[in-house]
Design a protein around this ligand. Structure first.
Ligand code: 13P
Length: 253
């Protein structure tokens, strides 16, 4: 059985005081018997604060982006080794906001994925189609192309140390969520693509769903066979809603 993972992507939100309160409230609601794992993904400047607040607490943390380069004259970039040095265990790569607002290509996402693994981080590879692509019936083709580029560059073995997140672009921050049936269908496509390369690795990789997951829709989404957790944006900014989703994962996964 795959262990569910509930991840909070805080995007460009928060302050020292706000994140301090959020972590205090998250810590208070951890279920020592819960099966689900927790991950929080703050903006870069707060990684140290998060590291100190989560010392000894069973909540992992990671970053929202990483440079494909190991070191050098890349002003504004942050390397995977620096993130690992700050205690990160995970990093998002290819979030749709990076792909669409910052021009990240499948190729650069694959390079970031490999840079993350080279530093010992677990990349969370984000994939997903736009509304136009879904309307043109191109969802499968798009996610397979996005996953396929990483497969081609990094190989299937790399997916034994990675997480995939399916986030339909049209469902992010819009209040529109893929129906559990729609999400499960795409998760099954991704898993089949990975299983075609290696049945064991494809069967074990965790595939998270992201896109307007809230406490009131989490249980029915997370109950689906190939949905192994959630990548939560807006609802992860409040401990009560984030931890309600975590409790749903503990109940249904
Ligand atoms: P929302 O949950 O706000 O739709 O964001 C999803 C997301 O982009 C997480 O990475």
């Amino acid at each position: 059985m795959r262990t569910p993972l509930i991840a909070g992507n805080w995007k460009m939100h928060g302050s020292r005081a706000g994140i301090g309160r959020l972590l205090t409230d998250i810590r208070a609601q951890i279920d020592p018997n819960g099966r689900a794992e927790l991950l929080v993904v703050p903006p870069f400047p707060y990684l140290d604060l998060v590291a100190s607040q989560l010392d000894g607490v069973p909540v992992a943390f990671g970053a929202q982006d990483v440079s494909a380069h190991a070191e050098g004259a890349y002003t504004g970039e942050v390397s995977a080794a620096m993130l690992a040095d700050c205690g990160c265990t995970h990093v998002l790569v290819g979030h749709s906001e990076r792909r669409t607002l910052h021009g990240e290509s499948d190729e650069s996402v694959a390079a970031k994925f490999m840079a993350a693994q080279a530093a010992g981080l677990c990349p969370v590879l984000c994939v997903g189609e736009t509304l136009a692509e879904r309307d043109q019936d191109r969802t499968e083709e798009v996610v397979q192309r996005q996953v396929g580029r990483v497969l081609k560059e990094a190989g299937i073995a790399a997916f034994s140390r990675a997480v995939v997140a399916y986030e339909p672009v049209w469902a992010i921050g819009t209040g529109r969520t893929a129906s559990p049936v729609q999400a499960q269908a795409v998760h099954a496509v991704i898993r089949a693509q990975l299983q075609a390369e290696d049945a064991t690795i494809g069967g074990q990789v965790r595939i998270l769903y992201g896109g307007s997951v809230k406490p009131d829709n989490a249980a029915e989404i997370l109950a689906r066979e190939d949905i192994d957790g959630g990548l939560i944006g807006g609802a992860s900014l409040q401990a009560d809603s984030f931890m309600a989703i975590y409790r749903a994962a503990n109940q249904v996964c």
